[in-house]
Design a protein around this ligand. Structure first.
Ligand SMILES: Cc1cc2nc3c(=O)[nH]c(=O)nc-3n(C[C@H](O)[C@H](O)[C@H](O)COP(=O)(O)OP(=O)(O)OC[C@H]3O[C@@H](n4cnc5c(N)ncnc54)[C@H](O)[C@@H]3O)c2cc1C
Length: 242
């Protein structure tokens, strides 16, 4: 479902502007503004689909391959005006396996380009791309189990804003959303403050469990990965899924 082919993004603003979001150093959350109000009118970027980002190549005239990034906002954008979309991008850094040192010549092209972009930079994107993953709205009272590692939480961030932040007259979430996230350390948890606020404000509708591989141990004494965390609650997760 390609709703729009190629369009220009004109502004990006780094997410420190959003008070409730904690962003680790190697990630950046970008809020793009669009010249045209295309989003709300055409259901473009409704919750989570991917944007494909293109960038000029070092070879003159030839574009880079597109890279896909999940949309971390809803159709209303972060400012509820339907004119922005957010991405959460992690910088791909290459470490030489022999020396253990960073080799910037092999760092990821697009993620570094995005992470180094400045407010006001113009960036070309196309999208949505691939299969569109939408939050089912026909029954707002069902249970959702969401599992993510790292920036994989981006699409769920959009869903959760829809469920718990936007307060729309035509959608009131009354089910249970259970989010499992896996990262190495507490300080690289994404959107942690935002999610903790949902937990505080909607304790009956939201569960939030974190697997911190370098800080927690699983029941066998090994590193705690997201699958170990899910296993801890397997009776409950199995129950809500049946
Ligand atoms: C559906 C989908 C959604 C996605 N959503 C997100 C998202 O929300 N956030 C996000 O951060 N990412 C997301 N991604 C991943 C994203 O698309 C990119 O793959 C990622 O950002 C890396 O792209 P890059 O251009 O920076 O790296 P590339 O330039 O494509 O390089 C890829 C990797 O190869 C390494 N490399 C480069 N040269 C060499 C070499 N000579 N030898 C060995 N290794 C080398 C780089 O260091 C890097 O780790 C998503 C992917 C998909 C498919």
């Amino acid at each position: 479902m390609l709703l729009l082919s190629l369009f220009q993004l004109v502004t990006n603003v780094h997410l420190q502007d959003l008070s409730s979001s904690h962003i680790p150093l190697d990630c950046v959350c970008l809020i793009f503004s669009f010249h045209l109000s295309l989003i709300s009118n055409r259901r473009l970027l409704s919750w989570s689909s991917s944007l494909a980002l293109t960038q000029k190549t070092s070879k003159p005239g030839a574009p880079h391959n597109v890279r896909l990034y999940s949309i971390a906002s809803t159709r209303y954008g972060d400012f509820f005006d339907g004119k922005t979309a957010s991405l959460c991008v992690r910088r791909a850094v290459y470490y030489d396996p022999e020396t253990g040192k960073e080799d910037p010549s092999k760092n990821g092209v697009c993620s570094n380009f995005l992470c180094d972009s400045k407010p006001g930079d113009k960036i070309q994107i196309t999208g949505p791309s691939g299969k569109v993953m939408l939050l089912p709205e026909n029954d707002p009272n069902v249970t959702h189990i969401m599992i993510a590692t790292g920036t994989g939480v981006a699409p769920y961030r959009g869903y959760l804003r829809r469920m718990f932040m936007e307060n729309l007259p035509n959608y009131k979430f009354g089910g249970l959303d259970w989010l499992f996230v896996g990262v190495a350390n507490t300080d690289i948890l994404l959107y942690d403050d935002e999610f903790n606020k949902y937990l505080k404000d909607h304790p009956d509708n939201f569960r939030f469990d974190k697997a911190l591989s370098r800080e927690q141990k699983n029941k066998k004494g090994g590193k705690m990965y997201v699958q170990d965390k899910i296993e801890e609650y397997s009776q409950r997760t199995n129950h809500v899924m049946t």
